[in-house]
Every structure is written in structure tokens, then in C-alpha cells.
Design a protein around this ligand. Structure first.
Ligand code: 13P
Length: 290
């Protein structure tokens, strides 16, 4: 069972006027929940792993779990490495069959980011793996990677596109005013930037920091041309708050059954992924299992 190409899923979505949900999974429970949501709704799905999760389980274990889940459905499933500034982890993901990697060069000076992104594209493409590139800062620390300092690196649209085209980038993650984590103030969203970028390039555009945006904000971004949207915090909240509630119930009832805990967490994560599938209009795009 091979994973789908992240680039192709995003390209199909751009043509179809929807966005593919790219959800950060943390273990087999969340992998199965995300794939089950995609299967039930007929949506393509991108499973994303943080560097922290890869380091915890090891790339081979995560890839095997994702592959087993992907084999259980007819909808396309891609496996993507989220924000990774570490070339060794990129190489490990490529060797273990990931569909794509996000090389996070956002903290590097422009010329270094450009050269390193080009080298990562060459390495990944030789193995048939797609590359999402990020040379601008998206505010917020995601699983230990990133910065809370806005506008550290932000380039003119044509310069950003020039680097993406020249390096062979398959998907680009520009700064669009969104931030990782929960918003403490209303973000200044750069939907107009997406509108300009799509006139300059066919490279699919990725929206980071999806948690906390409204249905109409998602619609505006998708209408402008975003075709992959990342959701992490919403899944973590569903996962952890369900675990807390279930453990409080175990305390009250005296019933301590781990598999029941996994069932509760899986159901909550599946509901959260399903909600985003409908928001991103990716449902009923691919074969629904009988
Ligand atoms: P949120 O945590 O805000 O959903 O952002 C996820 C993300 O962009 C992962 O790269």
C-alpha cells in the first residue's frame, strides 16, 4: 500500500475548489480516527507528524501504523512530516516512505534558506517524495519548532514565488496572518496575498494555523486558492480534554479500562476531523467505502 502524493491531493483540491485537511496525528489512536473520518465522508486526508512525534515513536513505527490505516480505506491517505528544520529527520522520513516533508527554513537567512530548500528538494525528489517549503515565519511555536516573533522573515510575493519555483518546491507555506495555537487576538488575515500568489504560480498554497478560524474565514481562504489546511491544536484539545474527562469518570466509577479510554479519545478526534472535512468541503470527493 503506497501513500498518496501530497502535491497531487493539493492540486486536485485547487482544481475542485476545496482544501485537503492535513491533521496532526500523535499515535495509532489518532491515526485510525483521522482515517476513519476520511473514509466515512469520502474525503482525502493528509496525516501529519511533528518532529517530536517521529522522535518519540520512530519513523518506522509511525509509517507502519499509517500504512495499516491507509490500507483499510479506499480514500487517498498521504503521510506528511510537519515543520522540520532538521535534515537528519527529513532523511529518515524519506527513507521510511513519507509522501512529503515540510522543510522549515523560516529561521534561516534568505540565501541559506534558498540553498538548503533546493538541497532538500533534490534529496526528496530522488526518492519520489514531495516537499513543502517555508522560508517565512508563521507565528507560534508548534511542537517546539517556530517563533512567537512576527514578521522576522517576510518577502515580497514575487521573491517568494521565485524561490519556490527555482528550488523545485511542490507546495508552499507563505505567511498568511495565521498563527499556530489558540488566538489571543483576532488575526489580520492575508486572504488577498493568496489571491495574488495564485496569479503568479500553480504551486499549491498551504494554510497553517487553522485552529480557531471561522467557517467563513476558511471559505475565503479556500475561495482564494488555498488547497491544504493544517489543523493541530483542535485535535490536541479534543484528545487531551476527552482523556481528562474519561479519567475523571474512571476515578468516580472505579473502572480503569485503557481500551475504553482509547475508544473515547478516538471518537472525539474523529468528530473533530469530520467537522473540518465539512468545513473544507473535501467530503464526497473520493470513493466512499460500502
Ligand atoms: P494549529 O495548531 O493552529 O491548528 O496549526 C496547525 C499547523 O499549522 C501545523 O503545521
Amino acid at each position: 500500500m503506497t501513500f498518496a502524493s501530497t502535491k497531487e491531493l493539493a492540486r486536485d483540491a485547487r482544481r475542485g475548489g476545496y482544501a485537503v485537511p492535513a491533521v496532526n496525528i500523535v499515535d495509532n489512536v489518532s491515526i485510525c480516527a483521522a482515517v476513519s473520518a476520511a473514509d466515512a465522508t469520502g474525503s482525502p486526508i493528509i496525516l501529519q507528524t511533528s518532529v517530536k512525534t517521529v522522535r518519540y515513536f520512530g519513523a518506522a513505527v509511525l509509517a507502519a501504523a499509517a500504512r495499516a490505516a491507509a490500507a483499510s480505506t479506499r480514500v487517498p491517505v498521504a503521510l506528511h512530516l510537519d515543520h522540520c528544520p532538521d535534515r537528519d529527520v527529513i532523511t529518515e522520513a524519506i527513507r521510511n516512505g513519507w509522501s512529503s516533508v515540510l522543510f522549515d527554513a523560516s529561521d534561516l537567512p534568505f540565501e541559506v534558506a534558498r540553498a538548503e530548500t533546493k538541497a532538500v528538494c533534490a534529496e526528496a525528489h530522488a526518492a519520489g517524495v514531495d516537499v513543502e517549503s517555508e522560508i517565512e515565519n508563521i507565528v507560534g511555536v508548534e511542537d517546539g519548532v517556530g517563533s512567537d516573533d512576527p514578521d522576522v522573515h517576510f518577502y515580497p510575493d514575487d521573491q517568494l514565488v521565485m524561490v519556490a519555483e527555482e528550488t523545485g518546491t511542490d507546495l508552499m507555506a507563505p505567511a498568511l496572518g495565521t498563527a499556530h495555537g489558540l488566538y489571543s487576538a483576532a488575526p489580520d488575515l492575508l486572504v488577498d496575498r493568496v489571491q495574488r500568489l495564485v496569479t503568479l504560480t500553480d504551486i499549491p498554497i498551504v494554510l497553517h494555523g487553522g485552529t480557531g478560524l471561522s467557517a467563513s474565514e476558511f471559505r475565503e481562504f479556500i475561495g482564494a486558492g488555498v488547497s491544504k489546511i493544517n489543523i493541530s491544536t483542535a485535535l490536541k484539545l479534543a484528545y487531551m480534554k476527552t482523556a481528562r474527562d474519561h479519567l475523571e469518570q474512571s476515578e468516580r466509577t472505579g473502572k480503569w479500562e485503557p481500551v475504553k479510554l482509547f475508544d473515547a479519545i478516538g471518537a472525539a478526534v474523529e468528530r473533530t476531523v469530520t467537522d473540518h472535512i465539512w468545513l473544507f468541503e473535501s467530503a464526497q470527493r473520493v470513493g466512499v467505502s460500502a
